[in-house]
Design a protein. Structure first.
Ligand SMILES: Cc1cc2nc3c(=O)[nH]c(=O)nc-3n(C[C@H](O)[C@H](O)[C@H](O)COP(=O)(O)OP(=O)(O)OC[C@H]3O[C@@H](n4cnc5c(N)ncnc54)[C@H](O)[C@@H]3O)c2cc1C
Length: 397
């Protein structure tokens, strides 16, 4: 068995948005961190990838927005919103220190974060699947075990185990993290990439029981997606001969003008997506463990907010772990504070997401979108003002 005899400060399972950010920030705070993922990067994942202003603010504060733009992700300067046949285009205003949005491919974005964590001294172990959490006689998590891609067993001991392993978190299951809120899973999202057309910015098109959109991304391509009630997405699939035909039919119904434009371009990927998207909150901590990102809180993709949530909670968790690892605050107060701050921070956008994922009539849906835009501005301003532990560096010189 490959066993690190050193007992690390923290082992983080899952090396994408939540995990890589948590590891990076903990390393900047001076802690000894191992970051594990079963994937070998660069690797794509199931997700569209517009980062809301809050997430862009986080990347900017951490010094990672420029590397993301340097990777070729286009700076997005405008959003066009269409409802009831009327379109309105707005330039992205300067707020909370950023004046652009960005929608980078995940295989590029997540690798930038994981590489930055490695550059800060994090031991990154890709191609390693964690199958369980070591629990001592007192019920405390003390490390993780699993195997690497070659099948060799591994075990990593640490003072804290962080589950950043996504929606179907193995860590959450192993420690028995309680489900504290379950709001169902009635929404679907499907998407594909298109090339060969000019993209002017983000487009959002509201139709009866659907939101369709365009996210310009790397290589001159755009992610084209449709969010709708699950039952509708399933029925569309049943009625078509292939997933691709079902998607094209849905596009023609929900955004006919966009569907017409896409005929002049090429679809460059298969159609993929999630036909049932859960909305839940899990307990965020217990003895020796914490959850961050989708592992602890999942919401429908209709608001495109998961990356921003993951980045916010990564910073809240890194700050709490730092306090307790330094002995400044006892573990249950520090991690209890993390859960409290997370639960307060997610509330307004989680409620709006669940309402939007219920696909009310168009006028109500549009009103909820306006409320969402206000909530994101408030959240982004709070993120820009958040204090990182005093006298520590959020960005390396
Ligand atoms: C269809 C869809 C569209 C979306 N669109 C958007 C959007 O436009 N904007 C937005 O902000 N958010 C969007 N989201 C949400 C966003 O993708 C997630 O919120 C985000 O990926 C959460 O990051 P995470 O790091 O918590 O988890 P993940 O990105 O799921 O990463 C978890 C990692 O853990 C690893 N892992 C899992 N189990 C193990 C194990 N046992 N051992 C080792 N490693 C393990 C996985 O390999 C993975 O790399 C969308 C989601 C979906 C499903």
């Amino acid at each position: 068995m490959s066993r690190n005899h050193r007992r690390h400060d923290v082992v983080v399972v899952g090396a994408r948005a939540a995990g890589a950010a948590t590891a990076l920030l903990l390393a900047r705070l001076g802690h000894d961190v191992v970051l594990v993922d079963r994937a070998t990067f660069p690797a794509d994942t199931l997700s569209t990838h517009q980062i809301a202003r809050t997430g862009v603010v986080q990347l900017h504060r951490w010094g990672l927005l420029q590397p993301v733009l340097d990777s070729g992700a286009p700076a997005i300067r405008q959003v066009t919103f269409t409802a009831n046949g009327e379109s309105m285009t707005r330039r992205i205003k300067e707020r909370a220190g950023v004046d652009l949005l960005v929608a980078p491919r995940r295989y590029i974005l997540d690798a930038i974060l994981a590489d930055s964590a490695r550059a800060e001294g994090v031991e990154v172990r890709l191609g390693s699947t964690i199958t369980g959490v070591c629990i001592d006689d007192a019920g405390r998590a003390t490390g993780v075990y699993g195997r690497n891609n070659a099948g060799a067993p591994l075990r990593i001991d640490a003072r804290f185990v962080v589950g950043a392993d996504g929606l179907r978190s193995r860590v959450a299951r192993a420690v028995g993290a309680a489900l504290i809120e379950d709001r169902g899973d009635a929404g679907a999202v499907q998407y594909a990439y298109y090339a060969g057309l000019p993209w002017s910015g983000i487009e959002l098109i509201v139709a009866d029981r659907a939101l369709t959109g365009v996210f310009p991304t790397h290589d001159g391509q755009a992610c084209i997606w449709v969010c709708s009630p699950s039952e509708q997405a399933r029925a569309a699939r049943r009625q078509a001969t292939s997933r691709e035909d079902a998607f094209t039919n849905e596009l023609s119904r929900t955004a006919p003008e966009l569907a017409e434009r896409l005929r002049a371009g090429q679809r460059t990927s298969a159609v993929t997506g999630m036909l049932r998207t859960p909305n839940f909150v899990r307990a965020a901590h217990g003895p020796g463990w914490a959850l961050v990102g989708d592992a602890g809180y999942h919401r429908d993709a209709v608001t495109g907010h998961g990356l921003s949530d993951a980045y916010r909670d990564a910073e809240l968790l890194a700050t709490a772990l730092d306090e307790t690892l330094r002995g400044e605050t006892d573990e249950s107060s520090a991690l209890g504070g993390y859960q409290r701050r997370r639960d307060q921070a997610l509330r307004s956008i989680f409620d709006l997401t669940c309402s939007l994922a219920g696909y009310p009539p168009v006028a109500e849906f549009v009103d909820l979108q306006k409320q969402l835009s206000v909530a994101i501005d408030i959240e982004a301003t709070e993120a820009a003002a958040r204090q990182f532990p005093a006298n520590r560096q959020l960005i390396r010189d």
